[in-house]
Design a protein around this ligand. Structure first.
Ligand code: NI
Length: 230
């Protein structure tokens, strides 16, 4: 738990973010069809890919715990403790995986590249490792631990004051081969997004039948297969 903050305060903070977004919309005086036009017209075309920027990555990585809090805090367990069938993950398991990845994957590999470069490969990451030691924990506890650990990790990462030449430093992934530190940090951000996507997909699955014929308009119900474990 973040010192001095209770779970309720963190939930309120997340709600406050939503309020800020609404205020932004109102401040821009976007109404009616004008809103639609502005929302659906991109500021920048997605066809031109941007290169990795560490500040942009840090901004996103810092936001994920609040996003998870806002979405999941105090939800009924039908949303958080049910899966998509078979041995697929629950939302609870995904949060445990994100926590585990912050513990044993991203920052340890950052240090590994800085220390060893590509002279020795990373230790393999056990994607199921998040399941160990969580049976007695609540989702609230996992969210708190994740928020605290992410905050600590980002403080360490900022403290490294990484320079461009360091971001280009090569590393060796045990399965993927040659990578760079820049790619590792970009992948950390997109790993968050992958699992946010997976979380909303798992949640939507619970109402797969309940929505009746609307299912044909609800794309999240048809996006199996592009969120393989990462
Ligand atoms: Ni993953």
């Amino acid at each position: 738990m973040t010192p001095g903050k209770t779970r309720g305060e963190r939930c309120l903070r997340a709600t406050g973010s939503r309020g800020s977004a609404m205020a932004l919309v109102q401040s821009q005086q976007i109404t009616g069809s004008g809103l639609e036009a502005k929302v659906f017209r991109p500021l920048l075309s997605g066809k031109k890919m941007v290169s990795h920027n560490l500040d942009d990555t840090l901004s996103l990585l810092a936001r994920t715990p609040s996003a998870l809090d806002a979405l999941l805090c105090d939800l009924p367990e039908i949303w958080t403790h049910r899966n998509e069938g078979g041995k697929t993950w629950t939302v609870f398991a995904v949060v445990a995986h994100l926590l585990d990845a912050d513990r044993v994957n991203w920052m340890p590999r950052t240090r590994h590249i800085l220390e060893f470069g590509d002279t020795r490969p990373f230790t393999s990451f056990d994607r199921e490792g998040g399941e160990r030691g969580i049976k007695e924990k609540s989702l609230s506890q996992l969210l708190d631990e994740f928020a605290d650990l992410r905050s600590e990790n980002l403080a360490v990462l900022r403290g490294l004051n990484l320079q461009p030449y360091q971001l280009e430093r090569p590393g060796r992934h045990p399965a993927l081969g040659a990578v760079t530190l820049s790619q590792l940090l970009a992948a950390w951000a997109v790993h968050d997004l992958t699992h946010l996507h997976q979380i909303t997909r798992i949640m939507a699955h619970q109402y797969r039948e309940a929505v009746g014929p609307w299912s044909k308009f609800l794309g999240v119900l048809y996006c199996d297969g592009h969120s393989l474990p990462a």
